[in-house]
Design a protein around this ligand. Sequence first.
Ligand code: CTP
Length: 395
Amino acid sequence: MNGARILLGVTGGIAAYKAAALTSTLVQRGALVDVVMTAEAERFVAPLTFAALTGRPVFGSLWDAPERIPHVRLVRENAVVLVAPATANALAKLAHGIADDLLTAAVLAARIPVILAPAMNDAMYANPATQANLATLRARGYGIVDPEAGFLAERERGIGRLASEERLLEALARTLERSRALAGKRVVVTAGPTRERFDPVRFVSNASTGAMGIAIAREAAARGAAVTLLLGPTLLEPPAGVAVWRFESARELLDLALEHAVGADVTVATAAVADWRPATVAAHKRKKGADVLEEPMLRNPDVLAELGARKGATFLVGFAAETDDHRANARVKLRAKHLDAIAVNDVAGERGFGVGRNALTLLWGDDGERDLGEGEKPELAARLWDALEARFACS
Ligand code: CTP
């Protein structure tokens, strides 16, 4: 924690007093803590308490700071945001992008990791509205330190107590360490489907949305890498802080990949590339005409195999979309495309394309294998980078 720059957000719950104790511990361990309090938090603990503990000004309203945009400066100068306690109201605002005070504006402007530690009455915590907000926030890559069961302010027992100081410190330490894990690395990620034009209004494509690749790019950026995302046609938003190049066809992706991925430290190819394209692209919309359409299809370049042939020192990771005999099929691709690792993605049934959840297994070498389990794509992206970091550290 020594020298760590932490932005601590305090919202208006009884547990706000615990944020003062946490601040004291952080300062004793050498962290530099900026505290932002909501107006409601100031009803529970005086800003003076935090000012005295940190020896720094405490930020309250968007309007009383001497400069015009304190919310942006605060998230640029700090390495991590921890909101503790995070009330149900704060979670609801953050889940919906409401930025009507300094803290919520700062979190919305944050490109640094954000950790939320909910604390509230057990019924408020269990309410589906709160649970849905937490699921949204988690899926967007926010770290959540779950509340604990115990004695609540209402003199009853239930789930809703702010996580212990030990768990909050652990989450901060882990997040800070993680935010430096890929510092100095150049990472390229390919994501999304391709579109192979058939005529001006039709194309051949697939159900990929690019969600997995976008999550992998976002996670790499959160770990400090300089990330380039090569992104196919999708309505999903690319992550902030990442250089984005758009492609439509496999051949456009190949051009971009050869330009950006050759020489990168790590390339992760999640794009669902069409293996074939219509042999001709009609200049005008094709008319119905014949009952049976016979259209020759040409083989597309294999982008990943091309990268494998030129990979040099790049750690090259492929994805294998499989519906059966997953591992055996993926190992063939691992070898044939000269990859360092391949993540097997089960696209049968309810998982894989177009859904929030996925299941991955990482394979490398002759028999290296790590089951990354099932989960939301941002969660899996974090587990994938944990596993990859361990691999390229020893390769
Ligand atoms: N890939 C690629 N270019 C292609 C096809 C696939 O770069 N023309 C990449 C994908 O981005 C992925 C990996 O190769 O990282 C495996 O893709 P997948 O569709 O599972 O396999 P294919 O190699 O196309 O083999 P098959 O369709 O026969 O299973």
